[in-house]
Design a protein around this ligand. Structure first.
Ligand SMILES: *Cc1c(COP(=O)(O)O)cnc(C)c1O
Length: 407
């Protein structure tokens, strides 16, 4: 054997030896990086709030994500296959996984603007020549997520009455936008769609936080909305940085052209990794398998367990509130006589936050007339749906402790 061959023979033996441990079936022990970084783990008695990392993926979704992380694939092939699978599951023409509902709002808007003019993808939002850019919206549907549409260089045309709406269409109208959980607005979903379609303009519905019910996954596309988005990390308990854009085939195809991995596009920064694409598909599978009744009954049972534990506290009144549209699940709302229990709802939340374990109550706590949950009283709101098994009693005990001490 010459020196060169000897070297190769030796180095491949070394390679084989060093490769052996990684081929072994036993996974290395996971490091708890929250502990290592000193980040507090919380009990989520709030709900699917982005600032509290929204939801925890069910074990089967976590496992699917971990499995996906082990193998490289072709991104375009995965995006396409995931989209086709999700369209079947969500009973609509076409679907794609986005980096959350906010990304879906941007990509869907970009799709409506460029569907007839793909060459414009590279130019928007800097050079808007030749692009229609007016989005009609009800004044009462303007909200925190407007920015996701404005990213495309659009401007909003606000309407209040049906008459305004009919008159708002012109040659620059590119889309109409509907906020599904808006508490006000004169024009209902079906009228909204009908008028837009008379003008041949597509309608987007932002239903990000509006599952459950599970059937909403298909209700709005079947009603006629051309585009619908759901956040992946909220009620569906998928990865927090994933979401669904559902709708018309030509518009989803146009949205794909505005998305990563295409570099000259508005969506390049909205990349969804293979782990999150797979996680989103697995979450939809998990969610669609759930029984609506069993799921809602479980949330009711948690709220009742907490309320039962607090029963002896004088003047405390517990009621279960289910908001009509977004976060349509049982929440426990606690009211009490503040002259007898001398602590504000906000202070209760603060004490639970500072205790061990750290508990986060619903952010409507101490807020009046908030999100269909509170009235004009200073109420404590417990969101039970993101609690993990056994945590309802921990929350109940802490509430009992803090409230009894204030009597
Ligand atoms: C949460 C939410 C979004 C954003 O969803 P992400 O998945 O976090 O991007 C958009 N619209 C509404 C109405 C929401 O509630």
């Amino acid at each position: 054997m010459d020196t060169r061959r000897k070297f190769f023979a030796k180095s491949s033996a070394v390679l084989a030896a060093s490769a052996a441990p990684s081929l072994a079936k036993t996974a290395p022990a996971a490091v708890d990086y929250y502990d290592k970084l000193g980040v507090a783990k919380i009990i989520n008695a709030a709900g699917t709030y982005t600032f509290l990392t929204a939801s925890i993926m069910p074990p089967q979704v976590q496992a699917a994500v971990a499995e996906a992380a082990k193998h490289p694939v072709r991104l375009a092939e995965l995006q396409k296959a995931a989209g086709e699978y999700l369209a079947k599951k969500c009973k609509c023409e076409a679907a794609m996984v986005t980096a959350g509902a906010a990304s879906a709002l941007t990509l869907g808007t970009a799709a409506c603007m460029t569907v007839a003019n793909p060459a414009a993808i590279q130019k928007m939002p800097v050079d808007m020549a030749g692009l229609k850019n007016e989005v009609i919206v009800q004044k009462a549907h303007r909200y925190d997520y407007d920015h996701a549409l404005l990213n495309c260089g659009i401007k909003f045309v606000e309407v209040t009455t049906m008459d305004d709406y009919q008159k708002a269409f012109n040659s620059q109208t590119v889309m109409t936008h509907f906020f599904n959980a808006a508490e006000e607005g004169n024009i209902g979903r079906e009228d909204w769609i009908r008028v837009a379609h008379q003008h041949n303009v597509p309608c987007f519905n932002d239903a990000a936080a509006d599952v459950p019910p599970i059937s909403n996954l298909w209700a709005y596309t079947q009603m006629g909305f051309d585009l619908v988005t759901f956040s992946g990390g909220k009620g569906m308990r998928g990865p927090q940085n994933a979401g669904l854009l559902l709708g018309r085939k030509d518009l989803i195809a146009a949205a794909v052209l505005n998305d990563a991995p295409i570099s000259e596009s508005i969506g390049r920064g909205m990349k969804v990794a293979k782990e999150q694409i797979v996680g989103m598909v697995a979450a939809v599978d998990w969610f669609a398998e759930q029984s609506e009744d069993a799921m809602q009954a479980e949330f009711q049972a948690r709220a009742k367990r907490i309320s039962a534990h607090l029963q002896g506290i004088s003047t405390l009144e517990a009621k279960i509130v289910v908001p009509e549209t977004a976060n349509h699940v049982a929440h426990l709302v606690l009211d009490y006589d503040h002259s007898r229990i001398k602590i504000s709802a906000r202070e209760v939340a603060q004490q639970l936050r500072q205790g061990t374990p750290c508990i986060e109550l619903n952010p409507s706590t101490g807020m009046k007339n908030a999100r269909g949950l509170t009235g004009d009283k200073d109420s404590i709101v417990v969101g039970v749906w993101m609690l993990q098994p056994g945590e309802d009693l921990i929350v109940a005990r802490r509430l009992h402790e803090v409230l009894s001490k204030a009597i």
